[in-house]
Ligand binder design. Structure first.
Ligand code: MG
Length: 193
């Protein structure tokens, strides 16, 4: 038996992740706005552009990409009524005790450390901005997984900003000294913070 050499190229996974979010009506800018709102009070000179670059960087991370692909797929299958019962009804109704939506999103958050985890919890409770718009119970489509995924991406991007801020403080600098492009994606997939 030959080993399966048809490995999926990371660029393909990145594109699929971006396409999944776009298809579900979520823009990088909207996620970045959550990050900006949360981090602005603590970070002198932090702009929306810095936050957009941080979100773009988070979206290059494999754990995050895989979580987005799994979650969005399940939301879409539920909208098409293609899941078997009782899972179809549980996801369709965003059943309060389900919890797998949070668990998948939280898995992606762990790689960004404790600040990301607590920020994720904060967003899960507060449901601000785009997250509030995505509430399945508000009746516009099924976003049982998507709201948690967006919280996860925003929490990771906010944690990156907080860690960058500490590095800047140690150099007697602020975000005023950092061009947004310095926080943006490299050519390679992101494997570190
Ligand atoms: Mg949810």
């Amino acid at each position: 038996m030959h080993k399966n050499n048809h490995r999926i190229h990371s660029e393909q996974v990145t594109k699929a992740t971006e396409a999944a979010l776009a298809r579900r009506g979520v823009t990088i800018k909207e996620i970045a706005e959550l990050v900006h709102e949360m981090q602005k009070p603590y970070n002198v000179g932090l702009t929306l552009e810095h936050c957009i670059k941080s979100v773009e960087r988070v979206l290059r991370k494999r754990e995050v990409q895989h979580a987005v692909l799994v979650g969005v797929e399940l939301d879409e299958l539920a909208e098409k009524k293609m899941l078997s019962e009782p899972l179809q009804s549980i996801i369709e109704n965003d059943e309060g005790l389900f919890g797998v939506d949070e668990t998948i999103a939280l898995g992606a958050v762990f790689t960004y450390g404790s600040i990301a985890v607590t920020t994720f919890g904060h967003l899960d409770k507060k449901k601000i901005g785009i997250i509030e718009k995505l509430d399945t119970k508000a009746g516009n489509g099924i976003h049982t997984f998507l709201d948690d995924l967006v919280s996860s991406i925003a929490a990771c991007a906010a944690a990156r900003i907080a860690h960058t801020m500490r590095d800047l403080e140690e150099e007697d600098e602020t975000f005023l000294d950092v061009p947004p492009s310095a926080l943006g994606p490299d050519d390679k997939p992101e494997n570190n913070i």
